[in-house]
Design a protein around this ligand. Sequence first.
Ligand code: PLP
Length: 339
Amino acid sequence: MTKPAMPSGRTRIELATLPTPFEKCARLSQELGRHGPAPAIWMKRDDCTGFAGGGNKARKLEFLVAEALQQGADVLVTIGALQSNHARQTAAAAARHGLGCVLLLTDSVANRGETYRTNGNQLLDRIFGAQIRFLAAGADSTAIAAETMAALAAQGRKPYLIPVGGSNALGSLAYREALLELAVQAQEEGLKLDHIVVPTGSGGTHAGILAGVEDAGLSCRVHGVSVSRSSGEAGAIVAGLVQEIFALEGRQRGAVAGLVVDDTQIGPGYGQPTAAMVEAVELVARTEGILLDPVYTGKAMAGLLALVRSGAIAPTETVVFWHTGGAPGLFAYPEVFGG
Ligand SMILES: *Cc1c(COP(=O)(O)O)cnc(C)c1O
C-alpha cells in the first residue's frame, strides 16, 4: 500500500514504519463471547511503529523533530515519568538525528520497586545515550524545563522543548493523519467502525483521532480511557487540543462532539497496577500473543472489556482497539504478572 495522503502538508521526518498493521482479534472476541455473542474486535497496531521499540510517540516525533531540525536545534529536551515511553522514543529520535537529548523524569509513581528505577524504559533511555535528570515527586517540571532550556542556551546550545507526551497541536496532528490511515484500512476490509477505544494520557492521541474522525466523516464513537485524570479534566485537555489542531491549519470548528473520557480504570493512580489491568494484559497475551503495557494499553483494554461486558458495545458492533505500545514498561512491573 502507498503511504497515506498527508493533508496537513507539514514537514515530517520518517521514524515510523507506516501504515501499521490492522488486525482482527478473533480469539479475543471468541473468549469474550463464551457466554453469548460478542462484538468484532480489531486492533490498530501502533505498537508496531517499529522505531525504538514502537509506540504512538514515533508518529508525533515525526512532526516535532522535523520542526526542531528546521529551527536548527542541536538538543531535544522533554519531560515525563520515570518509565515514560515518550522519553524513550525521544531519546532514540535524537540519536537518529545526531541531536543531544535531556530527559527530565519525575519520580511520580509511589511504591514501586528497584526494577522500576533501573529496568524497562529506564534501561533503554540509558542505552540511547540520553542525559537523564531525575526530579522528585511533586517537583515543578515545567519550571525546571524552562531553567534547563535557559541553561543550555547559555552554553551556546540550541535546545528544542517537546512537551509531556509530545501533546501540543503539532504532535497531536500526527494522530489526525493516523486516523485517516485507519479509515483507508477499514474501508479495504469492508468494515463500518462503531467504536474506537484508546488510552488517554497527555491527550494528543485521543485529540488527533477525534479530529480525524471529523475530517473522515466517520460516525464512530471514540472512547478515551484515562490513565490519570478525571473525565472532566482529561476531557477539557482533549477538547482544547482538538481546537488547536484545527487552528494550526487555520481552520475553525465548533464544539467538540462526541468527546467521551472513561475514568473508571485509573485505580489508585497513574502507573499504579489494577486487577483489571493485569487481567486485560494476560487475556490479550494468552488469546492473541500480543503484549499490552501496564500503564496505558492494559488499562484501556480493561475499559474495552468493561464496555463489552456491560453491553455498551453491542455484540452486533465493531470496535477498534488502538494499541499505542508501551510493552517495555512490562519489565518495570515483574511482580505484578504471571499469577
Ligand atoms: C504516551 C502513551 C499513551 C498516551 O498517549 P497521549 O497522547 O499522551 O494521550 C498511550 N499509550 C502509550 C503506550 C504511551 O506511551
